[in-house]
Design a protein around this ligand. Sequence first.
Ligand SMILES: Cc1ncc(COP(=O)(O)O)c(C=O)c1O
Length: 370
Amino acid sequence: MTAYGDSTRSLRAGRAERTPGQPYAPGPVLAAPYEVDPAGPRPGLDSYGRTDNPSWRDLEAAIAELEGSAGCVVFSSGMAAISALLFATLGAGDTVLLPSDGYFKTRSMAAQRLGSRGVHVREVPTAGPYPDFDGVRLVLLETPANPGLDVCDIAGISAAAHAAGALVAVDNTAATPLGQQPLALGADVSVASGTKALTGHSDLLLGYVAAGPELTSSVRAWRDDTGAIPGGFEAWLAHRSLATLDLRLARQTATAAALADALSGLPGVADLRFPGRRGDPSFEVAARQMRRIPGIVTFTLPDADTVVRFLRGSRLVGAATSFGGLHTTADRRAQWGDPVAPGLVRLSCGIEDTEDVVADVVGALRAALA
Ligand SMILES: Cc1ncc(COP(=O)(O)O)c(C=O)c1O
């Protein structure tokens, strides 16, 4: 079989072979009930919109293809996917390891809703050191971690965790399946928010769990029971957006690399992180493990007021608490409760021309820091 490149794969993922007279992409299926055989439900026929939707199935096939997983289940948001994974795999007495520097909502949800159900929740920084995994049921890694962008060694941690009988899941939100395939690196599950770079147009929320048949079927059962489903239209829109994933990521990453170069050494900009830049603490492991680096840079300004001046002074950088979209945006993470410095900024590069973004950001930072 031909080994296609990333753009060809993104464009064709989950799409049927071309058929004369048929569109390149079938339209969204919007249905609550479907017509049922009066004699009773028939296997293979859709019956109800909480369990069945052809637009989800196409999208799931596409994501599974890109992740290199046997199966995929899509959800109404990244948090719905993460909750499905945690609740479907963990019970009273189990221990889960979560990243202490990852997406804050995963930690707070687990502490509040798993802790009270008898699950032991422990936190480990993404960069380690990792404890031994004895007695651990599930290790959830987030690499690169949001917002600090530390990267961890998925293969090494998976081998050690598996030897102790633990499952390994990777939050693949920042990397996307074009950036890394956690299952090929040894993890059991890739879980992600598709709200970010995967779909990238800032117009929908989505999540997914990509895994082998057993885990896929238990999270699918969780979705059927809880109803955490995406709409047919969102699934269709997400699939449409996947076609440009490679093109979007290429520009975003190139801009982030140029921006990281421009910001390094800029007086007033501290703790610059971009794992694709030589000298970044995660450069070596990212270079070994990742196929491409996300278009995100994180840095710290002296205080919150400087961040406000920077955002007000920029013409191109929107203030938004998300990343991976078409527009360049930045977020002061401490305002949402992340345990980081008040001036820490996560800046997500969009698809504007690289030189426009670099000139705008550097100019606005210089003015804010003057
Ligand atoms: C790394 C990571 N995982 C999961 C989520 C949750 O995704 P959603 O907002 O789609 O629920 C986010 C959201 O920012 C995230 O950054």
